[in-house]
Ligand binder design. Structure first.
Ligand SMILES: [Zn+2]
Length: 219
């Protein structure tokens, strides 16, 4: 499945995006990503706070039909969200991530894994809203209110049974979830050097569980 990755034409960390796209395409999954610089996103991404509806409007004005698409922005999304999903369109920000470990490339690959099942099946917004009532359990649909939570989810890299059912009920074929897991496994390996630090910031019960089973059972 071809997936479009859109950035503004003045996107500063383009080499990280290109590296992430190359890595994903090299992992032999069912997804083929292509990164494109879109002139109309430049003005939007220059704003301190970006309104996601404005991005959706730009994409609709550019493309007749919205294919499975990621939009990566460098400034903050309104309400300080990390990501916003609109059917077939997954918008996320890289704001400040360069200051954190692991690399921006690993973060990008993780965010691709988070959005791919939804964009691949064109998950309706109603179903996507039900993912929002999700506690942070290390699943790709975790709410992830801050960077430490994202790092925890990157370390666990799970797709919980609730989300598996939801994607399957919305027509996502199993091999797309297998492909997503390939990306998650790649990210999990990249996270190994950071486990010690994440253990210090994650609640103890999660860490204990992770140590004994290798995955969260708080599902
Ligand atoms: Zn889940």
């Amino acid at each position: 499945m071809n997936i479009l990755v859109l950035v503004s034409e003045t996107f500063k960390n383009m080499s990280d995006v290109e590296q992430a796209v190359k890595t994903v395409n090299g992992l032999g999954t069912a997804f083929k990503l292509s990164a494109v610089g879109l002139p109309s996103l430049t003005h939007v991404d220059n704003k301190t706070w970006i309104r996601p509806p404005e991005i959706v409007e730009k994409i609709r004005n550019t493309y007749e039909k919205i294919v499975p698409t990621f939009v990566i922005v460098e400034n903050r999304l309104k309400e300080d969200m990390f990501s916003v999903y609109k059917p077939s369109l997954y918008i996320f920000t890289t704001t400040d991530w360069k200051k954190y470990s692991p690399s921006l490339t690993t973060y990008l690959i993780y965010m691709f894994a988070c959005g791919l099942p939804s964009v691949a099946c064109g998950l309706p917004e109603r179903s996507s809203d039900s993912l929002d009532n999700h506690p942070d359990i290390g699943c790709i649909s975790d709410y992830c209110g801050d960077k430490s939570n994202i790092m925890y989810s990157m370390m666990i890299g799970d797709i919980c049974p609730h989300c598996r059912d939801l994607f399957a009920n919305n027509g996502l074929e199993a091999h797309y979830l297998d492909s997503t897991e390939k990306l998650l496994n790649y990210v999990k390996k990249e996270m190994i050097p950071y486990r010690q630090r994440i253990k210090q910031i994650a609640p103890a019960e999660r860490v204990n569980d992770f140590e004994t089973t290798g995955r969260s059972n708080l599902v």
